[in-house]
Design a protein around this ligand. Structure first.
Ligand code: MG
Length: 341
């Protein structure tokens, strides 16, 4: 028998939360839950269905470690989409819109920023007042400069063990703020991203710490949290040109308002034009420009316009499925006029 931890997104708006429950079984299959407790059904028709779409088998190393520490991380994590009782995709199921649209030709590299919170304030912040100004914390080391690394290290290892494509992590600009990056292809890039968030929140629980994904948890001269989304298709990687990349940027600019609707709630508090952001009211793109909506990495230009783009607008609380859908639909949709080779 296996410990199967089913994970899904609830129906809360504008930002869904992760939910989970554990089943001891040796078969991964459909399961049901009470949708009336997750804003996905009414009490008289409460059953919703969990349809497994991704399995994350933690390998022996973590299982052994989990046994030793009793931290409960071992087992199989099962990412699920939610179906209504009639087995049709539930209205809250944003993944389903990606299925026919996004092939594994599309690569997504998400940069997930977040704050750790404890006792109603960012981890390490004094009970009264604020920490000293930002400056020392980014990629810092030492107890004066960073806090929460134990959670970060554990999370990194857990993602590696679960075969989530985590590619790195770093302390961020504000004290108690961190980032990690996840690379994936096709729809499963979104599955991996959601599962990585789940694992992070679960590990943080052990420390009495909660994870805050909101775009601007602390008002004032403190960085917000984004989910910069790097992306490419085969043409961008291998048959790129300046004109193709600029056409992609212009298309994204033509759908800026639509993008903001898909890129996370309260993002206006973060996209102010300060703290390495472009204002939410403007769209711009530029080579190496971290104050732009879209950055064209210098490595793309140096590689004779082969590479990727970075959409800097998505906020940390964005639904990766919605971000992916918007990007692919905008660039690859039937009416874009963009010629693909
Ligand atoms: Mg960052």
């Amino acid at each position: 028998m296996e410990k199967l931890e089913y994970v899904w997104l609830d129906g809360y708006k504008p930002t869904p939360s992760l939910r989970s429950k554990v089943k001891i079984d040796d078969v991964v299959g459909l399961w049901s839950f009470d949708g009336s407790s997750t804003q996905q059904a009414t009490g008289d028709k409460s059953d919703c269905i969990l349809n497994p779409v991704g399995e994350y088998h933690t390998i022996d190393r973590i299982r052994a470690d989990a046994t030793r520490t009793g931290d409960g991380l071992g087992g199989t994590y099962v990412m699920c989409e939610v179906l209504s009782a009639d087995h049709e995709p539930h209205p809250s199921n944003t993944r389903t819109h990606c299925l026919e649209l996004i092939s594994s030709e599309w690569w997504f590299g998400f940069e997930q920023e977040y704050f750790m919170y404890k006792d109603g304030r960012p981890l390490g912040w004094p009970e009264k007042g604020k920490p000293r100004a930002q400056g020392d914390f980014y990629c810092g080391v030492g107890a004066d400069n960073v806090i929460g690394r134990e959670i970060v290290d554990r999370h990194t290892e857990a993602c590696m063990n679960a075969n989530i494509g985590i590619t790195g992590t770093n302390a961020e600009v504000a004290l108690g703020q961190w980032e990690y990056q996840v690379l994936g292809s096709g729809v499963s890039a979104g599955d991996d991203m959601w599962m990585s968030r789940y694992i992070l929140m679960k590990i943080a629980e052990k420390h009495g710490v909660s994870i805050d994904f909101s775009p601007k948890p602390q008002k004032g001269d403190w960085n917000g949290s984004g989910m910069h989304t790097n992306f490419s298709n085969a043409q961008m990687r291998d048959l790129g040109s300046q004109s193709y990349f600029e056409a992609c940027c212009k298309l994204l600019g033509s759908k800026h308002k639509e993008a903001i609707k898909e890129y996370g709630a309260d993002n206006d508090q973060r996209l102010t034009g300060k703290h390495e952001t472009q204002s939410i009211k403007k769209f711009s793109y530029g080579v190496s420009d971290r104050g732009a909506s879209i950055r064209i990495p210098i490595i793309t230009v140096d590689n004779n316009w082969n590479g990727y783009l970075e959409d800097r607008r998505p906020s940390a609380n964005a639904d990766p499925y919605r971000v992916m859908k918007h990007i692919v639909e905008t660039i690859d949709g039937s009416n874009t006029g963009l010629v693909r080779y």
